[in-house]
Ligand binder design. Structure first.
Ligand SMILES: NC(=O)c1ccc[n+]([C@@H]2O[C@H](COP(=O)([O-])OP(=O)(O)OC[C@H]3O[C@@H](n4cnc5c(N)ncnc54)[C@H](OP(=O)(O)O)[C@@H]3O)[C@@H](O)[C@H]2O)c1
Length: 250
């Protein structure tokens, strides 16, 4: 894996959510010495520039599909994407995922606490029975599954954020207050739309695998009209896979 472009992490300090990089001091120059990045190099390249920080990670094909024919991302990802996927998990304090993705991808409890965002409040089957505190849910007061979620996950681990929709601004704040300052969202597209509309996503990590799958697959966004400016912070390459780190302007 090698660096193609690195804009550094020079971001405004002080502001809770910096708008864009203010300085172009390369972390690593794209030369031959960076042709084989170590895990430590990657940790440095992907370090959050400030906290609280919410990054979103997706993989897609060159023709924009966020899943393969089986409706899962596992059929389009590859080793390079997998390496960064796991590194981002390692760097995070908490993983946030939409309930649709948790169901489609059969999410299991992992090393990091998982927060499932759900309007219905229905805990995905694959996340039931976990040790208390490993799975949290962000939902709303009118969620039909609210009381069951409380009994399955423990009331302390169910965040009731809003009356009839989940307040994603409040979610970021609530997680930071619980000490989860470095947040990783693994999708999916509906949740990403919501985070962008709420203005709480700081960064998009987007891997593009060198594949075309055709068809009419889901994209990384779900269909809302958006006008979001991205600033390229880092571009890595391995065997044709492009791994971009974008800062999301406020
Ligand atoms: N390529 C990739 O990197 C990648 C990453 C993630 C997902 N995916 C793919 O994306 C597909 C799933 O797409 P999706 O759009 O359905 O995923 P999603 O956004 O994870 O799931 C949608 C569901 O999540 C909950 N949700 C999302 N946003 C919410 C919000 N703002 N407030 C309250 N609840 C919210 C709702 O759950 P309830 O139904 O419980 O109310 C909603 O029905 C799968 O095929 C998956 O494989 C691909």
């Amino acid at each position: 894996m090698r660096v193609l472009t690195s804009a550094g992490q020079g971001l405004d300090t002080g502001a809770e959510r910096p708008a864009r990089p203010t300085r172009k001091s390369p972390v690593l120059e794209p030369d031959e010495t960076n042709a084989d990045l170590s895990d430590d190099d990657l940790r440095e390249l992907y370090r959050a520039p400030s906290t609280p920080w919410l990054r979103v990670n997706f993989v897609s094909t060159v023709d924009g599909a966020a899943t393969g024919a089986d409706g899962r991302s596992g059929s389009i990802n590859n080793d390079a994407d997998g390496r960064v996927f796991h590194l981002l998990r390692e760097l995070s304090d908490v993983v946030i995922v939409g309930a649709g993705t948790a169901r489609a991808e059969s999410y299991k409890p992992g090393d990091k606490p998982i927060v499932v965002v759900s309007l219905s409040g229905e805990v995905p089957d694959s996340l039931r029975g976990a040790e208390l505190g490993r799975v949290l849910m962000a939902t709303c007061a009118s969620a039909p599954g609210l009381s069951e979620a409380c009994s399955l996950l423990g009331a302390d681990h169910v965040l009731e954020l809003g009356e009839d929709k989940v307040d994603l601004v409040a979610l970021k704040q609530a997680l930071a207050e619980r000490g989860f300052k470095d947040m990783l969202c693994e999708g999916g597209p509906h949740l990403f739309d919501g985070l962008l509309i709420a203005g709480v996503a700081d960064e998009l990590c987007a891997s593009q695998v060198p594949t075309l799958v055709g068809g009419t697959h889901t994209r990384i966004t779900a269909g809302l009209t958006l006008d979001v400016h991205l600033e390229l912070a880092l571009l890595l390459e391995e065997d044709g896979t492009l791994l971009a780190r974008w800062f999301i302007a406020s």
